[in-house]
Design a protein around this ligand. Structure first.
Ligand code: T3D
Length: 265
């Protein structure tokens, strides 16, 4: 039987997803694309799932596209259609990650290169082990940063750094990534998973609907005018204010006890 390329561990309140092609530094083949998308859809449709943590098996997080699948044994095949690959696999994955109605934490356990780097950076909170590095490896093989890289990088680190990272394809260490504001935190390798699991367990007990509004508002802020954003905040706050979690949050505050959020609408 074929090896599972994405391991799914359903925990209390969240799913732990592990990219599982360690011999290839968890680079993407078609099976891993399909299994990761299926795992995200399953998590989204599971009422008991209120957060995800995404990581990689072995010493790497993800080395982007499996380049072995781009070498055709038959020269007469012509070049691969990369637009088709991006349109049918990478772009839907990025859109799914960004539109999840709950938080996704990425625990970058090792090298994140090419699309692997940009998928990690597209998650809501990015933690990285100190030995991890981020590489916009694309230009080394004549390609363009994809999976949202050209959109994300300038927003995360500013245009001068984005340009140099994309053109030079030099690795950025986890600590440098934290200093630049590219990720949330670099932590020691041996505490990475515990830190990520503690964080995601906390998020899974949070006000899930409110979190989804926060994600929506921050994403919209990338293109909205201040006026548009004020209107959006006004609408979302109205909806949040009608949620059971808001009522519970206020009750708990007044009673000086921790809130017990359900995440329900
Ligand atoms: O094609 C499309 O659909 C378009 C979309 C493209 C999206 C993309 O992601 S394009 C960018 C593709 N990725 C890369 O160019 C990165 C290639 N990998 C590397 O540059 C290096 O492996 C790393 C810098 C990531 C790590 O270097 P290092 O020295 O730590 O490890 P290594 O020895 O290079 O790799 C370990 C093994 O993983 C090795 O296999 P082996 O020799 O032990 O059998 C290596 O071949 C394999 N591996 C690493 N990355 C890939 C890979 N195999 C296939 N595809 C890979 N991307």
């Amino acid at each position: 039987m074929a090896e599972q390329t994405v391991l799914v561990d359903r925990r209390d309140g969240f799913h732990l997803l592990t990219l599982n092609r360690p011999d290839k530094l968890n680079s993407f083949n078609d099976a891993m694309h399909a299994e990761l998308m299926a795992a995200l859809v399953t998590a989204e449709n599971d009422d008991a799932c209120r957060a995800i943590v995404l990581t990689g098996a072995g010493r790497g997080f993800c080395a982007g596209q499996d380049l072995g699948d781009r070498v055709s044994p038959d020269a007469s095949d012509g070049p691969p259609d990369l637009s088709e690959s991006i349109e049918t696999r990478y772009n839907p994955l990025v859109r799914k990650l960004r539109s999840l109605p709950f938080p996704i934490v990425c625990a970058v356990n090792g090298v994140a290169a090419g699309a692997g780097a940009n998928l990690a950076l597209g998650c809501d909170i990015v933690l990285a082990g100190r030995s991890a590095k981020f590489i916009q490896a694309f230009s080394k093989i004549g390609l363009v940063p994809d999976s949202g890289g050209t959109w994300l990088l300038p927003r995360l680190v500013g245009m001068p750094r984005a340009r140099a990272l994309a053109l030079l394809a030099e690795p950025v260490s986890a600590e440098q990534a934290e200093d630049w504001g590219m990720i949330w935190k670099a932590v020691d390798d041996d505490v990475l998973m515990d830190t990520a699991l503690t964080m995601v367990a906390r998020l899974a007990e949070g006000p899930t609907l409110g979190y989804s509004f926060i994600k929506q508002a921050l994403d919209a802020a990338e293109t909205n005018s201040l006026d548009d954003q004020l209107e959006l905040e006004c609408r979302l706050q109205g909806e949040a204010g009608r949620s059971p979690d808001y009522a519970e949050g206020v009750r708990a505050f007044m009673a000086k006890r921790p809130p017990k959020f359900t995440g329900r609408r």
